[in-house]
Design a protein around this ligand. Structure first.
Ligand SMILES: [Zn+2]
Ligand SMILES: [Zn+2]
Ligand SMILES: [Zn+2]
Length: 457
């Protein structure tokens, strides 16, 4: 049964094929192919984008797949191509972040705002400190890898802060003819402002034989930072030549003058000159001014020898002033003994010994500072004996011997100062009554000695 059906189908197919061939043969016989009429189908333009080509509007015939332009002339796809536009970039914009540590460059395509090109880079920072007069600078530089973006720079000026001047200092030349003002910047010691001006001088009082003179020097600066300076300079009293008798001495040491009172009635200030008739005044005679009514004496540095009792018993003498500078000076025994009004004296710093009885009986002396006598080694016998008002004493560190009764009567001293160590003091020879037994405290440079006992006879 199955076999029968199969054969039937086969037969059917055979018959159908035969019939078709028959028809084709009829067509060929007619030899007239039917005319093809294009069926134009419009294909809309595909616009080009920045990156993709587009295609112009055209027609296509679905029947023959041919392509035609807008005028229905046959064409090719290549001819219809619209080239890609490429991006049309705006000028880049640059934006710094708040602390200038980074900068972002951006540019947008005019064709399509979604075409954005952007790059963010860290900025390089350079810093120049500002100074007193020079501005400082912070510079931030952003350099992009994309060549389309230009290097960006931001600059911030840091104002200079100005000098911070210290206080002005002023120095006068030795002769006061000029004054120099200087101030230095606290920020930088190389910043120095200085001005030197000539001073104006005015004699306020002339020096006389009785008193010093005074000259006022004034210096005015053009720099307003500097304050006008003034200085009163004393000029030495004129030598009281009329009160002095000069004796020319010529010996192995050469020619010099020795002096004494012109008369026993001289009074007031006594100023001994350094020179007389171009020869130095080097000596004051023994008892030369003894018992006179002089009130003060100025002894020049030329004097190297004050003989014994030179000013003994000058009961009006208040002040003795040695002009310092003598290389050596000897002041003889009792030279100022019994000068009961004497309050102040300065001795030459080269002095090595305070001779016996030098200030004996000078009852007005209360303040004795010998610290500046750096070469003084000995205070002689009774040098300050019967000086009952001495209440302050400063001994130099150079002292080696304090002789008998040197200061034994200075009962107002409960102690004194010594410019040396306690160990140094232990080597000082103190003779009996060399110091008052009331002086039990010695203030040394490294501490105090208490309960000091003056040696007994
Ligand atoms: Zn066609
Ligand atoms: Zn674009
Ligand atoms: Zn400065």
């Amino acid at each position: 049964m199955k076999k029968t059906i199969f054969i039937f189908i086969f037969l059917l197919m055979f018959i159908t094929t035969f019939a078709s061939c028959k028809k084709k043969n009829q067509d060929n016989e007619n030899n007239k192919e039917p005319e093809h009429v294009h069926e134009y189908k419009l294909v809309n333009e595909v616009a080009a984008t920045c990156t993709e080509n587009g295609v112009k509007a055209h027609y296509i015939c679905e029947g023959c797949d041919k392509i035609f332009d807008e005028n229905k002339n046959e064409t090719t796809l290549a001819a219809l191509n619209i080239s890609a536009l490429n991006h049309s970039r705006d000028e880049p914009t640059y934006e710094w972040n708040a602390d200038n540590s980074a900068c972002t460059a951006t540019r947008v395509c005019k064709n399509d705002a979604s075409h954005v090109e952007t790059e963010t880079v860290n900025a390089e920072e350079t810093h120049v400190d500002s100074g007193c007069v020079v501005d400082g600078k912070n510079t931030y530089t952003a350099t992009f890898t994309n060549k389309a973006f230009e290097k960006q720079e931001r600059e911030y000026i840091i104002d200079h802060y100005g000098h911070s001047w210290g206080y002005a200092t002023y120095t006068w030349s030795a002769d006061y003819s000029k004054c120099t003002a200087t101030r230095v910047c606290n920020n930088d010691a190389n910043h120095v402002e200085t001005e030197t001006v000539d001073s104006k001088s005015r004699v306020m009082s002339e020096a006389t034989e009785e008193h010093e003179g005074a000259i006022l020097y004034e210096a005015t600066f053009t720099n307003e930072a500097f304050i006008e300076q003034s200085e009163v300079v004393m000029t030495p009293q004129l030598p009281t030549l009329s009160k002095i008798s000069f004796t020319l001495v010529e010996d192995s040491s050469g020619a010099y003058y020795s002096v004494k009172a012109a008369s026993s009635s001289i009074s007031g200030s006594l100023v001994i000159p350094e020179t007389y008739n171009d020869k130095p005044v080097t000596k004051i005679d023994a008892a030369g001014f003894e018992g006179t009514a002089i009130t003060e004496v100025v002894i020049p540095a030329s004097v190297t020898c004050v003989e014994t009792y030179a000013f003994h018993n000058c009961t009006k003498l208040v002040e003795v002033k040695f002009i310092d500078g003598a290389k050596s000076c000897e002041i003889g025994m009792g030279a100022f003994k019994d000068c009961s009004k004497l309050e102040r004296f300065t001795l030459p710093s080269s002095l090595t010994e305070i001779e016996s009885y030098l200030f004996n009986g000078c009852t007005s002396l209360s303040y004795i500072d010998l610290k500046y006598l750096g070469k003084l080694e000995e205070i002689g016998n009774s040098a300050f004996d019967d000086c009952s008002n001495i209440s302050f004493l400063y001994l130099p560190g150079s002292i080696k011997t304090i002789s008998d009764h040197a200061l034994g009567d200075s009962k107002k001293l409960s102690g004194f100062y010594y410019n040396g160590t306690q160990e140094d003091w232990s080597k000082v020879v103190v003779r009996p009554h060399g110091l008052p037994d009331t002086a039990t405290i010695i203030v040394c440079t490294d501490g105090q000695i208490v309960d000091y006992m003056v040696p007994e006879e």
